[in-house]
Write a protein that binds this ligand. Structure first.
Ligand code: PLP
Length: 348
């Protein structure tokens, strides 16, 4: 394998910034689970303010934030309406069912977007025979759809439908700051009227750890118990919270640079062969490339690209994903594009 030009498998591989490392080393910490911690409290308040909620709870990962939300919202046997390629349905070890007792009602979306008429039709009150809808989950940006956004119009309509039926909405907002930056709106406009939102610090924001589950003060008070139940009452977590504060205060606006890189990458690949990329779906920091037109599998393409120094992630048998992030600069993107073009040329 040649030297790596660009590792574009995920934005989860990002390194903490020098400022984060300093903040972690110097953080004032305490036994958060026993006594509370001023540093963590500050992070939680920042996240609550950004998302338009009263309170927030620091969790170890996006997966934990989601499962704590499910545990807090659901009673065993409740139904969860969600887009069928949602991250929590595929990659979170079935915590929604195994731990929270939810049964899922997956709906097919387009570009990560469920049809809202179908959502409304799927909501049911529950009776002697049928489970009742306990939660609607949406993902923004949508990972498997390629980083696509749900806009404020969609969210407003969803909130209206959910409120009319008395069902809460949980937003898996692992990358909601990408959506907010791409759409040019404050994150609170995408998240504020959800029953809960999880935002992740360890993706494009480059922190080494953690997510924040945000909601009303009453919801978060109940969520504290659920986080304890899954072992999330970490003690001197203030070190990690300090990095998270840097992430929320200084790393959100720069996400636009990752979006510009993704667009450059996508347009470059499109220029080599237009049927490999749907440019309309390149809305944030991800680029999905179809391998069917090349007559190869995703694994084969990923292997050939890795040999040429560009790492990507096969997300389906016929699709690879490139994710741009802070640790891949524009010069690397240019070099990666050249390498990709050479590899693709072999199959043209
Ligand atoms: C949409 C979405 N939700 C949740 C998660 C889980 O986050 P974590 O890896 O921090 O557990 C991810 C991770 O990639 C994700 O993409």
């Amino acid at each position: 394998m040649s030297d790596t030009i660009a590792d574009l498998r995920s934005d989860t591989i990002t390194q903490p910034t020098p400022e984060m490392r300093r903040a972690m080393a110097e953080a004032v910490v305490a036994d958060y689970a026993r006594d509370g911690c001023a540093t963590t409290a500050r992070l939680e308040q920042l996240a609550a303010n950004l998302t338009g909620h009263e309170a927030a709870l620091f969790c170890s990962s996006g997966t934990m934030g989601n499962v704590v939300a499910f545990l807090t919202h659901l009673s065993p046997g409740d139904e969860i309406i969600a887009e069928r390629d949602s991250h929590f349905l595929h990659f979170e070890a079935a915590g929604c069912s195994a731990l929270a007792g939810g049964i899922t009602r997956p709906l097919r979306g387009r570009a990560g977007r469920m049809d809202l008429e179908e959502v409304a039709a799927a909501i049911r009150p529950g009776d002697r025979l049928h489970p009742g809808t306990g939660l609607i989950v949406v993902e923004n940006t949508h990972n498997l759809a390629g980083g696509t956004c749900l806009d404020t119009g969609y969210m407003s309509r969803l909130w209206e439908i959910a409120a009319a039926h008395g069902v809460p909405v949980h937003l898996d907002g692992a990358r909601v700051f990408n959506a907010a930056v791409a759409l040019g709106v404050p994150p609170s406009e995408l998240a504020g009227r959800c029953g809960s939102v999880m935002v992740d610090l360890s993706k494009g924001l480059c922190a080494p750890y953690g997510s924040l589950l945000c909601g009303s003060a009453e919801f978060i008070a109940r969520a504290v118990t659920m986080r304890q139940r899954v072992g999330g009452g970490t003690r001197q977590i203030g070190h990690m919270a300090a990095a998270g504060i840097v992430a929320l205060e200084s790393m959100i606006e720069r996400l636009i640079e990752d979006h510009i890189s993704a667009r450059r990458l996508a347009e470059g690949i499109y220029g080599v062969r237009a049927d490999l990329v749907d440019l309309d779906l390149v809305q944030t920091n991800m680029v999905m490339v179809k391998t069917g037109p090349l007559g190869v599998s995703a694994a084969q393409l990923a292997e050939r690209l890795a040999a040429a120094g560009v790492r990507c992630h096969p997300v389906a048998p016929d699709r690879v994903r490139f994710v741009t992030h802070r640790d891949v600069g524009s010069e690397q993107i240019d070099r990666a594009l050249n390498a990709i073009a050479e590899v693709l040329a072999a199959w043209l």
